[in-house]
Design a protein around this ligand. Structure first.
Ligand code: NAI
Ligand code: MG
Length: 341
């Protein structure tokens, strides 16, 4: 029996995770769910603990972690989100952030030219270093002379393994995105491993773009990209952009994985959406497609593809929530997908 730790979290995470689990249960796989009910903002506000040692152990000991969303307007302190999501990414060394963007249906593209709508790319974001490593500090804090430093960390170990992963998974091409014209030290390190990998994968096309140009080209012609490999912060931003080109945040799924250890944390790209929480209108598809990524990783490839096909069918029929132009509630949209399965 495969055990999956489930963190519904906050806001719409608590709504979309149960409906995604229902769909997984309907597939009759040999999977059990260990729901970590205490990992949320209520607990943090009450106890000051983001992720207890016991909850961390349950997450660490599972075959995969499924996370809804973490975030609550009552919590201003960044230690909460860092203490759960960044802690799991860093301590389980989930160095690949895997963010596919594939247009689910023509009508969901914001682009005018039909030839250029069909985005089907994968953003491979370095997930354990860069600007998000938390290296830095403040000098003379809260004064008019304050100095604030967030250092961008790049290591040979971290950069080489993410670049190698990107080349190992690419179908046709790998595009390296950096800002080496303005951030030369990290840029040089990334380019060195990128050139090494190019030599080992001569069948793949490669390109190199600065992040600003890459953002422009993603909008001008998203079909030009297969795999984009980039650092933590650019990957965060470009994947939100790509998710809009693929139909919006309500569809965007992601995986945080360590291909070596097998640890994985799977989460929709969206947050807890306090503006629509508790209204039963959240789009469950991002979380449902996230469970398909999780099944892929657990080598259940057929059920994973069955879930995707059911989602695309439901979208084609317009059986979707309001953010995709439909009229269904979250539960009705999930039921429509189950009906297609
Ligand atoms: P958000 O992704 O929660 O919401 C952005 C916008 O997209 C909102 O208008 C929301 O209504 C809409 N939206 C998001 N998911 C949707 C869905 N499934 N169906 C329909 N509409 C959807 O981002 P926001 O507002 O910046 O952050 C809210 C909270 O979530 C914050 O506390 C933030 O820190 C946290 N957050 C957590 C993440 C995580 O757990 N991985 C990721 C991003 C934000
Ligand atoms: Mg983000």
């Amino acid at each position: 029996m495969t055990r999956i730790a489930v963190i519904p979290g906050d806001g719409i995470g608590r709504e979309v995770v149960p409906v995604a689990l229902d769909i997984l249960e309907a597939l009759g796989l040999d999977i059990e769910f260990d729901v970590l009910e205490q990992v949320n903002a209520d607990t943090y506000l009450r106890t000051g603990v983001a992720l207890s040692p016991d909850d961390f152990r349950r997450a660490q000991g599972s075959a995969a972690i499924l996370l809804g969303a973490i975030g609550d307007p009552r919590v201003r302190d960044t230690n909460y989100g860092r203490g759960i999501l960044l802690r799991l990414r860093f301590e389980l060394d989930l160095y690949v952030n895997y963010r596919p963007a594939k247009l689910a249906h023509e009508r969901l593209s914001p682009l005018r030219d039909p030839e250029r709508r069909g985005i089907d790319c994968l953003i491979v974001r370095e997930n354990t270093e860069g600007l998000y490593a938390g290296i830095g500090g403040r000098l003379r804090a809260e004064t008019d002379l304050e100095v604030a430093i967030d250092a961008e960390i790049g290591t040979s170990h971290g950069v080489s393994r993410i670049v190698d992963f990107a080349f190992s998974i690419a179908r046709t091409s790998v595009c390296l995105v950096d800002k080496s014209n303005a951030v030369p030290n990290n840029g040089g390190l990334w380019q060195r491993y990128w050139r090494d990998a190019q030599k080992r994968h001569p069948q793949l096309r490669t390109c190199h773009e600065y992040v600003d140009a890459a953002a422009m080209k993603l909008v001008a012609d998203p079909t030009a990209f297969d795999v984009i490999v980039t650092n933590n912060s650019y990957g965060d931003i470009l994947s939100d952009l790509a998710s809009q080109l693929a139909g919006g945040i309500g569809l965007a799924c992601s995986a945080n994985i360590n291909p070596g250890s097998g640890h994985g944390l799977f989460e929709p790209v969206h947050g807890s959406a306090p503006d629509i929480a508790d209204k039963g209108v959240a789009n469950p598809i991002a979380t449902i497609l996230t469970t398909a990524l999780m099944l892929d990783q657990l080598s259940h490839r057929e059920p994973a593809q069955a879930i995707r096909n059911a989602v695309y069918k439901a979208i084609e029929r317009g059986r979707v929530t309001r953010d995709l132009g439909g009229t269904l509630s979250m539960k009705e949209a999930a039921a429509a997908i189950r009906a297609e399965l």
